[in-house]
Design a binder for this molecule. Structure first.
Ligand SMILES: *Cc1c(COP(=O)(O)O)cnc(C)c1O
Length: 224
């Protein structure tokens, strides 16, 4: 017994209605995912295209895969080729968004994405700066997308024990989604707020998360 099913139930049991769980399985083997799957989990998150593709090819087809890592444009084609790819959460630049849109249009699919924003103090993290994010919607640059549905926003809080800082970062992410909607009130299905990881997801939920991405609290430590 690895305890995955039990930890999954514990985490899932703390989520209020309206908050969905992405079980972040990166760096864990397919067997671990199968255990969570057997306990009822269907939504899994991976951060590398190669790894997601390999796992998707051996695991059940009704898994909804979420991509949550930095995506290089030269991997977009391979990622969009995964039939049960549900959501690319980590679209961190307009250039990447354009690349995803052309590839989706070329293959006659619709890509579902979140735009990743950068609000945390760390300067190593990818994402739209708040002003860039708002400008994108004010400028209505989403209007020419042919095959991409922007479903909402994704972000991370500063990695710190200072809960007030973490809560403020999550509040900023939630607020950016509302500001985008004010700038473009006709946006449809722009509902998802993906924020919160193992150590901070309760704070994220308190600030309006609708999707939390939890790895370690379910699968244990990653061996890297
Ligand atoms: C790894 C990862 C997570 C999960 O982190 P845990 O601390 O293991 O819960 C969530 N979001 C992103 C973007 C990640 O890369």
């Amino acid at each position: 017994m690895s305890g995955i099913a039990e930890r999954l139930r514990r985490v899932a049991g703390t989520l209020p209605a309206g908050v969905a769980l992405v079980a972040v399985s990166k760096f864990h083997p397919s067997e671990a995912i199968a255990e969570a799957y057997d306990a009822g989990q269907r939504r899994f998150g991976e951060s590398r295209v190669q790894e997601l593709t390999a796992k998707a090819s051996v695991l059940p087809a009704d898994i909804e895969w979420h991509f949550i890592g930095h995506l290089q444009t030269n991997k977009v084609r391979q990622l969009l080729g995964v039939p049960n790819l549900a959501l690319i959460e980590s679209v961190d630049s307009e250039r990447l968004l354009e690349c995803i849109d052309s590839e989706a249009a070329r293959t006659g699919r619709t890509a579902r994405v979140l735009l990743q924003v950068h609000v945390a103090a760390e300067d190593t993290k990818f994402g739209f700066l708040p002003a860039e994010f708002i400008d994108y919607f004010k400028g209505r640059r989403f209007e020419h997308l042919k095959a991409t549905h922007i479903c909402g926003i994704m972000g991370m809080a500063t990695n710190t024990d200072d809960e007030a800082r973490v809560a403020a970062d999550f509040a900023a992410i939630s607020s950016l989604r509302r500001q985008a909607l004010e700038a473009a009130p006709d946006l449809r299905g722009f509902d998802t707020v993906s924020m919160g990881m193992s150590h901070d997801y309760p704070l994220a939920i308190a600030q309006g998360a609708t999707l939390v991405r939890v790895g370690t609290a379910i699968f244990g430590d990653r061996g890297y």
